[in-house]
Design a protein. Structure first.
Length: 308
């Protein structure tokens, strides 16, 4: 029985590592992904997304089985949207994430059942409920952290990229050529935003309207600054105003916002450091400063209490 349990644990861990490796090592192909998006409109308009069908491989069959569970389709669409906002947009990413999430949940339940094997009743039920909550929520929290990290990188890259885009537009290039040139120049410094710009250009070249391409960019990223940038570009193209000057002004505003965010983070740093100081540093400091004095007092009291 013990050998079987460790074999199951080893198989679960190996499957989790394999899923995570495939999820993060696959290179993104923006042109292929956006062409598929133009055909299905799944991300751009989730309300009209087609229902999943059986077949098409093992992973697609697994997603179809998950979608049959009550609430499974909504969970898959929500996970797909968050994976897209985290910059993970390969075809297999949703299936690998679902497999990893369910395997982690099964591993948490199996581990808790092994730990609570000698208990019964309320203790066993409480442990299993705690393991279920942890196994279900922890992968989602990791995905939320990935989304926040991707958005933060986009916000950090936006001021310099917008400034360069305005400079390139000032040389006389069209918007598509300017965005393509900026993405080529920024792919080693800010690869996330460069990939998003390249994706928009590929969508337009594939026949998508520029306004719709920018709307999908906003949906993919969920960043308010990119939403403002997209609205500015679309309005400038519609009314024929100077986009280079508007981008220069907007880049200055983005730098101001970045400085304000840095100042706000610096102001919150003192409050965040208060709890580690009180919990970890002050007790050690009290022990170091008070322990020698207390030991000396106890030694003197023992000397006084000895009979002469």
């Amino acid at each position: 029985m013990l050998v079987l349990f460790f074999a199951l644990v080893f198989a679960t861990v190996a499957a989790l590592l394999w899923s995570g490796l495939l999820l993060f090592q696959s290179q993104e192909d923006p042109l292929r992904d956006r062409l598929e998006e133009l055909q299905a409109h799944a991300i751009a308009n989730p309300a009209r997304a087609p229902r999943r069908r059986a077949g098409g491989g093992l992973l697609n069959s697994f997603l179809f089985l998950v979608s049959l569970v009550p609430g499974g389709e909504d969970w898959l669409r929500r996970s797909e949207r968050e994976l897209s906002q985290a910059g993970i947009r390969t075809k297999e990413s949703l299936a690998l994430y679902a497999v990893g999430n369910l395997l982690f949940l099964a591993a948490a339940l199996a581990g808790m059942a092994w730990v609570q094997r000698n208990n019964s009743g309320v203790t066993l039920l409480t442990g299993m409920v705690a393991a279920f909550v942890l196994g279900w929520l922890l992968p989602q929290q990791v995905l939320h952290r990935l989304v926040k990290r991707y958005r933060r990188r986009l916000q950090e890259a936006l001021p310099d990229t917008v400034d360069m885009l305005g400079i390139v537009l000032g040389t006389g290039l069209a918007l598509d050529q300017a965005m393509l040139r900026v993405s080529e120049e920024m792919q080693y410094i800010y690869p996330q935003l460069a990939g998003e710009f390249y994706t928009v250009v590929m969508q337009v070249k594939a026949g998508q309207e520029r306004s719709v391409a920018f709307q999908q960019l906003v949906r993919r990223t969920g960043v308010e600054d990119i939403k403002s940038l997209a609205a500015m570009i679309v309005q400038s193209e519609r009314f024929g105003t100077s986009l280079a000057h508007a981008l220069k002004v907007y880049a200055d505003a983005l730098r101001t916002r970045r400085r304000l965010r840095a100042e706000a983070a610096l102001g919150r740093a003192g409050i965040k450091m208060l709890f580690p100081i009180v919990i970890f540093i002050l007790p050690v400091l009290f022990v170091i400063t008070l322990a020698p004095g207390l030991l000396s007092v106890l030694e003197n009291l023992q000397l006084i209490g000895r009979p002469r």
